[in-house]
Design a protein around this ligand. Structure first.
Ligand SMILES: C[S@@+](CC[C@H](N)C(=O)[O-])C[C@H]1O[C@@H](n2cnc3c(N)ncnc32)[C@H](O)[C@@H]1O
Length: 353
C-alpha cells in the first residue's frame, strides 16, 4: 500500500504526513544555505565569468581565486536547484534562465539585491534576528558595532551596494507612481530622502512645468545630482544635501516621501512628519509612498518587514498605523490608493489644522 492509499486515521498515514511535514520544514531550513550558496557565487563573480558561455570549473576556479574542488561542489548544488546549468561532463557550467537573472544589471532588483544580501555585514545582522525579536531593535548595530546609516555614510562599498539595490527597485516603482498620479498641477515638488533621484526624475519627465528639490544625505545627494544631470533635468531641480530630521524645504505644493518612513521607529516618524508639517502650507500635499500592510500581506512583504527591523529598527505599517502617526504630527489622510499589483500604496495627506 502506498502512502496515499493508507486510511487517513492509520498510523502509516500519520507517519506519511509527518515525513512530508519534516521534508517541508527541512527545505525551509536549508533555504538559508541555498541563499548563502547564491551569495558565494555572486561574491566570486561567477555570473559574470559565465557571461560569454559555459566554462570548465578549473577555469572558473582560477579566474575567481577559488578552490577548484569546493567550487565544483558549490556549482553542483546550485545547478540542482536551477541556478546555473551543468553540462553532461559534470565539469562545465553555464547559465540557466535563473542564473542569468544574477548578471550585474543596475535595473534588476534581484541582481542588485543578491549583492546587497551577500555583504558580510548584511548577513551578520540576520544572524542576530533573535536579538531583534527579543528587543524590538535593529540587530545590525549589535552585530556590526555600527548602525546601518553610519556604515552606509562612512563606507563607500556599503553605500554603493545599498544605493544600487534601492535604486533598481526605485527605477521601476518611479515609473509606476508617475503613471498613477497626476503631478502636472504641482509647481514645486520636494522629494524627501529621494535616494538617487529616479522618483524626482520620473515626476519632472512627466510634468514639464514642475520644478523639483531633492533632499538627501550628502554622499547620496551627489549621486542624485549625477543621475538628474544625466537625464538633462538638473536645470529644473535643486539638490539639497541635508538631514530630514532638521531640514525640510518650505512651501512646496507637493512633498514626496517614498520608502523612508518605514525605516524608522514610531517616535522618529512623528519627528520627521512634524518637520514636514511645519514646511507645508495649508494648500500643500504630502504623498507618502510605501508598502502598506493590507489584510493579506504576502510572505515576501513580511520578509521585507523583518529586514527593516533587522537593518534599521523600522517596520512596514498599515494605513491605520500611519494615520495614527500622522495625527500626532498634525496631518490627516485625504485619500489612499494602490499603485499597481504589489503592496505599494500612495497616501495623500494634508495639514489637519
Ligand atoms: C530606503 S531609501 C529610499 C530612497 C528613495 N526615496 C527611494 O524610494 O528609492 C531611504 C533614503 O533615506 C535617506 N536618508 C536616511 N536618513 C536620512 C536623513 N537623516 N536625512 C536625509 N535622508 C536620509 C537614505 O540615504 C536613503 O536614500
Amino acid at each position: 500500500m502506498t502512502a496515499e492509499e493508507q486510511p487517513l486515521s492509520s498510523p502509516a498515514a500519520h507517519d506519511g504526513r509527518r515525513a512530508a511535514a519534516e521534508a517541508a520544514v527541512n527545505d525551509i531550513l536549508q533555504g538559508a544555505w541555498k541563499a548563502r550558496a547564491v551569495h558565494a557565487a555572486v561574491d566570486l563573480g561567477i555570473p559574470e565569468l559565465l557571461e560569454k558561455g559555459p566554462r570548465p570549473v578549473a577555469e572558473l576556479a582560477a579566474a575567481s581565486g577559488a578552490d577548484e574542488s569546493a567550487l565544483r561542489r558549490l556549482l553542483v548544488l546550485l545547478s540542482t536547484i536551477g541556478i546555473f546549468r551543468a553540462e553532461d561532463d559534470g565539469e562545465t557550467f553555464g547559465h540557466s534562465g535563473l542564473s542569468e537573472v544574477l548578471l550585474p544589471d543596475p535595473a534588476s532588483p534581484v541582481a542588485t539585491d543578491a549583492r546587497f544580501q551577500a555583504a558580510p555585514w548584511h548577513w551578520r545582522a540576520w544572524e542576530q534576528l533573535t536579538y531583534s525579536i527579543r528587543t524590538g531593535k535593529a540587530s545590525f548595530e549589535e552585530a556590526n558595532g555600527t548602525s546601518f546609516w553610519d556604515l552606509t555614510r562612512d563606507d563607500d562599498t556599503a553605500r554603493e551596494l545599498f544605493n544600487r539595490a534601492m535604486g533598481s527597485v526605485s527605477l521601476a516603482e518611479s515609473r509606476q507612481v508617475a503613471a498613477a498620479y497626476d503631478f502636472s498641477g504641482s509647481r514645486l515638488v520636494v522629494d524627501i530622502g529621494g535616494g538617487r533621484g529616479s522618483m524626482l526624475a520620473a515626476v519632472l519627465d512627466t510634468s514639464p512645468r514642475t520644478r523639483g528639490i531633492l533632499l538627501e544625505r550628502p554622499a547620496v545627494a551627489e549621486e542624485a545630482r549625477e543621475l538628474l544631470d544625466g537625464r538633462g533635468l538638473l536645470g529644473r531641480c535643486e539638490i539639497v544635501p541635508g538631514d530630514f530630521f532638521t531640514t525640510v524645504p518650505d512651501g512646496a505644493d507637493l512633498y514626496l516621501i517614498k520608502h523612508v518612513l518605514h525605516d524608522w521607529t514610531d517616535a522618529d516618524i512623528v519627528a520627521i512628519l512634524r518637520r514636514v508639517h511645519d514646511a507645508m502650507t495649508a494648500e500643500s500635499t504630502l504623498l507618502v509612498i510605501d508598502n502598506l500592510l493590507d489584510d493579506r500581506p504576502t510572505a515576501s512583504t513580511l520578509c521585507v518587514d523583518l529586514l527593516l527591523l533587522v537593518l534599521v529598527g523600522g517596520a512596514e505599517r498599515s494605513l491605520a498605523g500611519f494615520t495614527a502617526l500622522l495625527a500626532q504630527a498634525g496631518l490627516a489622510v485625504r485619500r489612499s490608493f494602490s499603485c499597481g499589483p504589489g503592496p505599494l500604496r500612495l497616501v495623500e495627506i494634508r495639514r489637519a489644522d
